[in-house]
Design a protein around this ligand. Sequence first.
Ligand code: ZN
Length: 354
Amino acid sequence: MLQEKSLDFLKRFVDTPSPSGFERPAQEVWREYVSEFADRVESDVQGNSIGIVNERGNPRVMLIGHCDEIGFMVRYVNDHGFIYFGAIGGIDPNIVPAKRVIISTAKGPVKGVVGRIAIHMMDKDDEKKSVKMHDLWVDIGAKNKKEALKRVAIGDPIVFDCEFEMLSGKFAVARGFDDKMGAFAVAEALKMLSKKKRLKAAVYGVASVQEEISFAGAATSAFSIKPDVVIAVDVGNATDTPAVSKEKYGEIKLGEGPIIDKGSSVSPAVEEMLKRVARKNKIPFQPCASPSWTGTDADAAFKSRGGVACGLVSVPNRYMHTPVEVIHLGDLEQCARLMAAFATELTAKVDFKR
Ligand SMILES: [Zn+2]
């Protein structure tokens, strides 16, 4: 079970807004936590955070989880003070109406709601109409445009207003487990590795930025760190709920351990080593096929410089990119353990050439 201190950090971290491009408040939480056990903690011009353990070691391994989340951005305020917005990352417009939101402004958080016409006033065919993001508005209780613009500015980021909660057992719900739980797993793996006496590898733990819109943080941090091997950690779509096709997306369940990907940007040698290390350490895992791309930081890191051997571990996640993402904390713990065990097994002799 996660230690109380780790769980407190996870809660604080996921509840701190960090839509892509606006990660700083969450990065500060991550760096403060990691500075307690890393040899050195850095940030870079892109906004990535990097915690380093055993810097002089060989080879260099980079563990990376992105700390940005999906969200919205203030685009336009009409004469009545209602705010129109664009999406940061991939969001289904159908889930947005009638939600509470928080706008992060220069003067602090501003609360609002996404308006939705009452059922009594809907036209007959309204139900069938598909929701468009640009038809939705945020109501912050402003009298008019002038008053609204005193409180918010064009370009301010917005997130759903909801907090981390335990459901039952180890099932937890939060906004933005994608992928703050990945950056959390990186921090936990670093913590475990900081206590290891016989660690050969230099370990660079990265909380990356902008994965949801461009993979920029992974591309630039992999370039700067020059790792020999990268393990990316992200959420993976669970298929254990109604209305999801296993024929189309494979079989992934919550509570059955982390996912280890095969294919596309994943190095076969890293994938095999991850599975071997998992078996050796009695860490359950679920295999997953990524035929064309993984849609994670691994896709950027493996193309860095002359090419980098990449692995991908993921935590099964239900309802991705919604305010009610559900994960099993047991999978998260095992995922952090797997990354730490992998780094512990690394020596200069391990060859990742294909
Ligand atoms: Zn995502």
